[in-house]
Design a protein around this ligand. Structure first.
Ligand code: 5GP
Ligand code: MG
Ligand code: MG
Length: 183
């Protein structure tokens, strides 16, 4: 649980997210147009709302799978060391795969996951991230599609948590710490 009181300022509305997902889905359909079945891999837990919205917007046959990676570190900072806590269930060799991430921050998580999955020889491996913080990048990695570029702010909502809270907000908001009586 978080100890310091904070408020959440809306940064990206539910409407903006929905509109962006519609146009991203058209681009993804174009890229994977000839697929027999696209394997959509959500990175737990932050992408669970995003992947739900993306797959329902895609006019392609899809299979949904999940992978959970974790970087050592505290609630607000990631680290270079990435562990796989839960691997995908399905085989991806020779298959079309789309990895769905919530936020690319330093990029270490996505880099690690892409190396792992690429080692299994998929036919085509692409990545979409809802949010990108390019100013924070340390690992050389880039998602093929980005929902929104954001500044170096700590955000929550739309699946993304602060100490396991606020995942159920329908919008993306910025965490702002306040004095006890303002919260
Ligand atoms: P990276 O390995 O790119 O540094 O870390 C990516 C992960 O760090 C994201 O998938 C997310 O779990 C976490 N992260 C990065 N920025 C934020 C943020 O602003 N808010 C929250 N809640 N998590 C973040
Ligand atoms: Mg994540
Ligand atoms: Mg988290």
């Amino acid at each position: 649980m978080s100890k310091r009181p904070y408020v959440i300022d809306e940064m990206i509305s539910a409407k903006q997210i929905a509109a962006r997902i519609e146009s991203l889905a058209r681009e993804i359909e174009f890229e994977f147009g000839s697929t027999d079945k696209l394997i959509v891999v959500g990175l737990l837990r932050g992408s669970f709302v995003f992947i739900a919205d993306i797959v329902r917007e895609l006019g392609l046959p899809v299979e949904v799978d999940f992978l959970e990676a974790s970087s050592y570190g505290n609630d607000m900072e990631s680290s270079r060391e990435v562990r796989i806590l839960k691997d995908i269930r399905g085989e991806i060799e020779g298959r079309d795969v789309l990895v769905v991430e919530d936020i690319v921050d330093t990029g270490f998580t996505l880099q690690h996951v892409l190396r792992l999955l690429n080692g299994r020889n998929p036919k085509k491996l692409r990545t979409i991230a809802l949010l990108d913080k390019p100013s924070r990048r340390e690992a050389e990695v880039k998602a093929n599609w980005i929902g929104f570029e954001i500044p170096d702010e700590f955000v929550v909502g739309y699946g993304i948590d602060y100490a396991q809270r606020n995942r159920n907000l329908p919008f993306i908001g910025k965490v702002r710490f306040v004095e006890e009586d303002e919260a």
